[in-house]
Design a protein around this ligand. Structure first.
Ligand code: DX5
Ligand code: ZN
Length: 217
């Protein structure tokens, strides 16, 4: 299991310091929620802030784009140092084209599904992606309640991927905590995003350890 702390719940005035803490705690990915106030009802940050963090952070930069027209921002996000760029199926009129666009910059490409979007809708794009991100909250805000129906989606998607022998990571994002993380990993999730479950704690090392221990059961 890989952990992807979402900086959305970090203290933005001390962002680099927070990122260093999760890096030192052994987290593999840094989950970067880019929001445009249009596709989702919130605004966060974009390429300039990601580029500043890149200078001092070695973790895999996992950019989750919650934006209406992702293609427009991909060159800047690649230049900022993103390693994986995921786009919403619901935001892309020509998803195949957008995925190919991301891959043309030699970074990994992924597709994100909102809680109500069935996994069957991405059957034909699976061979083209490196990651599928399943939302377990409605995107836009940190600290929301986990939607348990996503567990069934993880299981179905795991089966779809394994049956075809594809090399795709399943990431789950939203409301992940020490109570539900084991069920997600057991269902077949590879990468778990955690915002408030990590950053809403004084002791980041302890929060990360609690999540890892919860998976061991
Ligand atoms: C929600 C974001 C998530 C969020 C997760 O739109 O995509 O990455 O920050 O935060 P928690 O873990 O607090 O639900
Ligand atoms: Zn996210």
């Amino acid at each position: 299991m890989k952990l992807a702390p979402s900086v959305l719940s970090a203290d933005f005035a001390n962002l680099l310091n927070s990122c260093k803490k999760v890096e030192n705690a052994g987290c593999e990915y840094l989950h970067l929620d880019v929001m445009d106030g249009h596709f989702v009802p919130n605004i966060t940050f974009g390429a300039p802030i990601i580029k500043s963090l890149r200078k001092d952070i070695k973790m895999v930069f996992d950019a989750h784009l919650m934006i209406t027209d992702p293609d427009k921002f991909i060159p800047d996000l690649v230049d900022a140092g993103c390693d994986i760029i995921t786009v919403h199926q619901e935001a892309c009129t020509h998803l195949h084209r957008t995925i190919q666009n991301i891959k043309s910059y030699n970074v990994k490409a992924g597709v994100v599904l909102n809680p109500a979007t069935p996994v069957e809708t991405i059957k034909h794009i699976l061979p083209d992606v490196d990651m599928v991100l399943l939302m377990s909250v409605n995107p836009g805000f940190g600290g929301q309640k986990f939607i348990p129906e996503v567990l069934e989606k993880v299981k179905t998607l795991r089966k779809m991927i394994d049956e075809r022998g594809l090399d795709i990571e399943i990431e789950v994002d939203g409301g992940v905590n020490s109570q539900n993380i084991k069920s997600l990993v057991d269902a077949g999730a590879d990468v778990l995003v955690a915002g408030s479950a990590i950053f809403n704690n004084e002791d980041i090392d302890l929060a990360v350890m609690n999540l890892r221990n919860a998976v061991k059961g």
